[in-house]
Write a protein that binds this ligand. Structure first.
Ligand SMILES: *Cc1c(COP(=O)(O)O)cnc(C)c1O
Length: 395
């Protein structure tokens, strides 16, 4: 089904990558809860190792429940293959390690996911892989940073928390023919809002923990791309061992079935929240790619079919005044993460950047009054009313 470009994301989310039947005529995929697989006899074992028989061998190398997640993701991203991991970070670090070696150079946008940046700038650096951080969404700076030894460009769209969207079509164009692979962390966009492979991006990575699984109850990660690259990454998974557990795979697979419905609802609610926030006298600034005021609105409109479920804004208050507003919201829960059915709210200064001083935060553009709101699937009007009432009551 992954070859069929005509089928909608909604239908693929439900049926993509699935066989028509399962054992015992079950409608729903079973959880294959096993660590290893048995061979009928030595002849079968030899046939397997000689490549004459395709089957599973051992849990670290593959599992049918995990395979279903991979097939569904490949269908949704319209890529040849995909491989699943125990977490988004396991997927990202394994992919990067599959593509670089000592002496390679990696370029990443400075507003990439914090742990990805940490991995590249501190960990990889120790193994002789150099890096250049380029300013958010600045494709010209990226072009200028490419060297003969550059092997990989890492991008994200939209990014956290300001939701910048580099022109990934241009990024793909620049890297093509230069032996530079492009990797995009598409966690915030999901294959419902954006399909990077259709713009020539080589590798698409997701933290399945967020929108794909969608219920804030499981960690996972997925890498999608051409069969050759995915195979390299899969080989590393067999070595590193960061496999998705079969039961977790079941939860991710089940979650993806409602992905399109959830994301469409989240797009609608986030747009409504962003528009209402932009009108509110207690809000200084709003960042949402669906607003014409967002610097990358035009790029988002051209590349994406939806603007996502995260709204970032600055309240007209200090650190504590902002916390009072956050505490006054009755529907969203205070938690890191995003993309699940529950709306989540956080003040980045007190969450991801807690250990930094106000001055250090200012230097990287995280102000004390910044709030990130990741909408869930609650009623749009109720989410808006709750937010407005929290702003009004803590003025
Ligand atoms: C959460 C997240 C990750 C890390 O994923 P885990 O599943 O938590 O390991 C990577 N990138 C982005 C954009 C994320 O939001």
């Amino acid at each position: 089904m992954s070859d069929d470009n005509d089928i909608s994301q909604k239908t693929l989310a439900v049926h993509g990558g699935e066989p028509r039947t399962y054992p015992y005529d079950a409608l729903v995929a079973p959880i294959t809860q096993t660590a290893t697989y048995s061979f009928a006899d030595t002849a079968e074992l030899i046939a397997y190792f000689e490549g004459r028989k395709e089957r599973e061998e051992y849990g670290r190398y593959g599992n049918p429940s995990v395979r279903l997640v991979e097939e569904k993701l490949a269908a949704l991203e319209r890529t040849e293959d995909a491989v699943a991991f125990a977490s988004g970070m396991a997927a990202i670090t394994s992919t990067i390690l599959a593509l670089v070696k000592s002496g390679s150079h990696v370029i990443l946008f400075a507003d990439c996911y914090r742990r990805t940046r940490q991995f590249v700038t501190t960990f990889l650096d120790r193994f002789g892989v150099s890096n250049t951080l380029v300013p958010p969404a600045n494709v010209e700076a990226l072009k200028a940073a490419i060297r003969p030894e550059t092997r990989l460009v890492i991008a994200e769209a939209p990014t956290n928390p300001y939701q910048t969207i580099p022109d990934l079509e241009q990024v793909a164009e620049i890297c093509r023919g230069k032996r530079v692979k492009t990797l995009i962390d598409s966690t915030f966009a999901t294959p419902v809002n954006f399909r990077p492979a259709s713009y020539g991006i080589d590798i698409v990575v997701h933290s399945a923990t967020k929108y794909l699984a969608g219920h804030n109850d499981v960690l996972g990660g997925v890498v999608a791309g051409k069969a050759g690259i995915v195979s390299l990454v899969r080989d590393l998974r067999s070595v590193f061992g960061a496999c998705l557990d079969p039961h977790a795979a079941y939860l991710v697979h089940r979650g993806i079935k409602t992905l399109a419905l959830r994301v469409e609802q989240q797009n609608v609610s986030a747009q409504a929240l962003a528009e209402r926030l932009e009108q509110h006298p207690r809000v200084r600034k709003v960042w949402y790619p669906g607003l014409t005021s967002h610097p990358n609105h035009e790029t988002a409109k051209r590349l994406m079919t939806g603007f996502g479920g995260v709204v970032t804004f600055e309240v007209d208050a200090d650190l504590h005044g902002t916390s009072r507003f956050v505490d006054a919201c009755r529907i969203p829960r205070i938690a890191p993460s995003l993309g699940g059915v529950e709306s989540l709210i956080e003040q980045p200064a007190l969450m991801s950047y807690f250990e930094l001083s106000t001055e250090e935060r200012e230097a990287i553009g995280i102000r004390n009054n910044l709030v990130r709101y990741a909408v869930g699937i609650e009623d749009t009007a109720e989410l808006v009313a709750d937010l407005v009432s929290a702003l009004d009551s803590t003025a």
